[in-house]
Design a protein around this ligand. Structure first.
Ligand SMILES: [Zn+2]
Length: 61
């Protein structure tokens, strides 16, 4: 993997332990599952914030 410039780290808002590294190229919103608490988290790379997210029902079949 090539070295990328890190924009910052977003903490999981639920357990405050899970971390997501955001790179400079990241933007918009993304839903991830926290490695630590396994909750869904909605990340906003533009504001570098995160909030609890509900699963998108019907998206995965
Ligand atoms: Zn978490």
């Amino acid at each position: 993997m090539s070295k990328k410039e890190v924009k910052g780290v977003i903490l999981c808002p639920i357990c405050k332990k899970g971390k997501v590294v955001a790179y400079n190229s990241a933007s918009g919103e993304s839903s991830i599952r926290c490695d630590i608490c396994k909750n869904l988290v909605l990340l906003n790379y533009s504001t570098m914030t995160a909030e609890r997210n509900e699963p998108e029902k019907g998206l995965f079949k």
